[in-house]
Design a protein around this ligand. Structure first.
Ligand code: NAD
Ligand code: IPM
Ligand code: MN
Length: 349
């Protein structure tokens, strides 16, 4: 029998609600398979900070590193909550995990499943993956402010783009495109962000020469948002920086049936550190505690986790069960647990 050590960070708001359902589905998919998921729960997030003042201790980080993979719900409180100002849960916990565990590929697939309530009148086939760089860009926190409290205050946020960091994620994106429809779109803003844009464009051009069968194109990020709505079928693999990827993938979620369906993986392809799987959405304080959250994004993140661990059969069963559940939806309201139960029972069937 194989044992997989899984770190579970349910987090805040709807995090614990959707993770409970994801765990049901994981258990259903692996029951009787001979693979044992040994779970360690980490109480991390805004709630933990308010209780103890800790965001992510060195002990937490060391313990998390000793796992094979991580399942995360969502972390963060109500945007603007003054009590969390000094914690910066997003940077001190979520981004710290992504950076420390070198999750340089933030993989965010977008697929319009039959029956999903997409908002587009004529969506056509939507099936693309955003390969979002996960460890650099404006997220590095290489900025600062001076003269605060004066009329001359200056705030800077520097976007860090290294040749090493860009090349490794671009290579991942090309390899993925080779296994898909062989189309890669670089999204950036090279007309304005000329330095960062130049390194991304040059490296994409260089790596493209090694992939003569992959069709490569480029879009400025503003234009990309147009095509995500008017012609999303044109995309196969999108490669982009950390911030553009964040914004595009909330939009991509919205056009493929809602943010409640959008899954993601923070991957360390080299396997030096555990990869982390989580829904694209946040802790949704506006609906937390009401069993209103759709757990499908968390459940599809389980499918990505299983696939990453090489459990392809189990992964495919989870995806199929979620797909069947989506296809059977009739618009009637269901609780978070009802959706989870329905998908888990389809996995078992
Ligand atoms: P959000 O994604 O939490 O919510 C945006 C909107 O989408 C809300 O109306 C919410 O109700 C809805 N929504 C989100 N998930 C849903 C689901 N599963 N089913 C149905 N509706 C859903 O974004 P936000 O409001 O900007 O952020 C709230 C908090 O979450 C903030 O503290 C933010 O920093 C944090 N956040 C965390 C993560 C993460 O942990 N990975 C991701 C995004 C935001
Ligand atoms: C996401 C979130 C995070 C991000 C925040 C909470 C730091 O929006 O996972 O998409 O910007 O990456
Ligand atoms: Mn986001």
């Amino acid at each position: 029998d194989k044992t997989v050590k899984l770190a579970v960070i349910a987090g805040d708001g709807i995090g614990p609600e959707v993770i409970a359902e994801a765990e049901k589905v994981l258990d259903a998919a692996t029951a009787g398979s001979g693979i044992l998921f040994e779970k360690t729960r980490f109480a991390l997030g805004a709630a933990r900070f308010l209780e103890t003042g800790d965001t992510l201790t060195d002990e937490d980080l060391t313990a998390i590193k000793s796992h094979d993979a991580i399942l995360l719900g969502a972390v963060g409180g109500v945007p603007g909550d003054a009590r969390l100002k000094n914690a910066n849960i997003e940077r001190g916990l979520l981004l710290k995990l992504r950076f420390e565990l070198d999750h340089y590929v933030n993989l965010r697939p977008s697929k319009l499943y039959p029956g999903a309530p997409g908002p587009l009148a004529a969506p056509g086939d939507i099936d693309f993956v955003v390969v979002r760089e996960g460890t650099e860009g404006p997220y590095v926190g290489n900025g600062g402010s001076i003269r605060r409290g004066t009329p001359h205050e200056i705030a800077n946020e520097t976007s860090v783009n290294t040749a090493f960091g860009v090349e490794r994620v671009v290579r991942y994106a090309f390899d993925l495109a080779e296994r898909r429809r062989k189309k890669l779109t670089l999204v950036h803003k090279t007309n304005v962000l000329v330095h960062a844009g130049a390194i991304w464009q040059r490296i994409v051009d260089e790596v493209a020469r090694e992939h003569p069968h992959v069709a490569v194109d480029y879009l400025h990020v503003d234009a990309a948002t147009i095509f995500l709505v008017t012609n999303p079928g044109r995309f196969d693999v999108i490669v982009t920086d950390n911030l553009f990827g964040d914004i595009l993938t909330d939009l991509a979620g919205a056009v493929t049936g809602g943010i409640g369906l959008a899954a993601s993986g923070n991957i360390n392809p080299d396997g030096a550190f555990p990869s982390m799987f989580e829904p694209v959405h946040g802790s949704a304080p506006d609906i937390a505690g009401q069993q209103k959250a759709d757990p499908t994004a968390a459940i599809l993140s389980i499918a990505l986790l299983l696939d990453h661990l090489g459990l392809r059969e189990e992964s495919a069963r989870v995806t199929r069960a979620a797909e069947d559940d989506i296809a059977a939806r009739d618009g009637a309201a269901r609780t978070t647990a009802q959706i989870g139960d329905s998908i888990a029972s389809r996995v078992r069937a």
